[in-house]
Write a protein that binds this ligand. Structure first.
Ligand code: PEP
Ligand code: MN
Length: 338
């Protein structure tokens, strides 16, 4: 931590801050600047509270230098994490394309869409069996029946499946069927669910909370890793802003920021960011160009009949074109590594 003193702070105030730092068992080093003094706090064993110092007389600002997250941090593990999901590797090299409907609605619906996804070059299949809906009257998902359909998709098309866990009650059941357990935006800070996901033997895809900062998101991932699960995939899905032209605002700058701060793979969900079909392909191309490790796209063969998120679901033909575009962008990035 760095404690920046006010310009008019006197020696007595500086000494008082130094004593406060030393009283916490740390060393204080005074750094004289052009017009003010800063005090570096050294040799702290654990996290320091900014509140301990920021109200002391003469203090202008405290700046946290080390990060609150440890296991997710690149400082702890410089090499990027690569996660194997049934032979599909996420987090290095090839961009992973995950696609499927918002919700599993029936066997015929899931199998039809899965066939398109597979043919277009999708790597993993997605589909919710437990749906977090704003309205309690909206379709809530097929539950275990939906999970069984996902298992059939996996068997038939040799595609691993991603599906959401909404609560502790169904965690064992979802873990048994899923290849990747998804934690949705509304549950990003459901700490008991995060701890449970940390005990799972399957990789976890952690979506960014719709109002979460990158630090809060990484701390949520830390909860999962702290329980022993090293396989966490982060998913940027847009954050809530003042705009009305899209459902959320896709925060593409979060991708390079997360890649600098963390070794965990990060993918992008342009569908839930956009909310409207016509924005999904441009945002997905942008996500590929920005260097995401993959993306997750909602696809439906009859989106006008979908029980959730039809307006943002691509038609199979659009998805097929998008897959080709993503691979082309990937080719360009491969040739010109920044
Ligand atoms: C989903 O992926 O189906 C979903 C509900 O996403 P989010 O949690 O990002 O809203
Ligand atoms: Mn959806």
């Amino acid at each position: 931590m760095l404690i920046v003193m006010r310009r008019d702070a006197g020696q007595q105030q500086i000494d008082e801050v130094i004593r406060a730092v030393e009283s916490k068992g740390c060393k204080a080093r005074s750094i004289p600047g052009g017009d003010r003094v800063s005090i570096a706090v050294l040799f702290n064993k654990g996290a320091l509270e900014e509140a301990w110092f920021q109200d002391l007389p003469g203090v202008k600002q405290t700046i946290a230098v080390t990060r609150p997250y440890k296991l997710v941090s690149r400082e702890t593990r410089p090499e990027s994490t690569m996660i194997d999901v049934g032979g599909v590797r996420i987090g290095g090299g090839r961009m992973v394309i995950i696609a499927g409907p918002c919700a599993v609605e029936s066997e015929i619906q899931a199998m039809t869409i899965a066939e398109h996804v597979k043919k277009a070059g999708g790597d993993l299949f997605r589909g919710g069996a437990f749906k977090p809906r704003t309205s309690p009257y909206a379709f809530q998902g097929l539950g275990e029946e939906g999970l069984k359909i996902l298992a059939k998709v996996r068997e038939t098309f040799a595609m691993p499946v991603v599906t959401e866990v909404m609560d502790l009650e169904h965690a064992d059941m979802v873990e048994a069927y899923a290849d990747v357990i998804q934690i949705g935006t509304r549950n990003m800070q459901n700490f008991s669910l995060l701890r449970r996901a940390g005990k799972a033997k399957k990789p976890v895809m952690l979506k960014r909370g719709m109002s979460a900062t990158v630090d809060e998101w990484l701390m949520a991932a830390e909860y999962i890793m702290a329980e022993g699960n090293p396989d966490v995939i982060l998913c940027e899905r847009g954050v809530r802003t003042f705009v009305r032209h899209s459902r959320n605002t896709l925060d593409l700058s979060a991708i390079p920021v997360v890649q600098r701060e963390s070794h965990l793979p990060i993918i992008v969900d342009p569908s839930h960011a956009a909310g409207f079909r016509d924005q999904v392909m441009p945002l997905a191309r942008a996500a590929a160009a920005v260097g995401a490790h993959g993306m997750m796209i909602e696809v439906h063969h009859e989106p006008e009949k979908a029980s959730s998120d039809g307006a943002q679901s691509l038609y199979p033909k659009q998805f097929e074109i998008l897959c080709r575009q993503i691979r082309a962008i990937e080719g360009i990035l491969g040739e010109n590594q920044a």
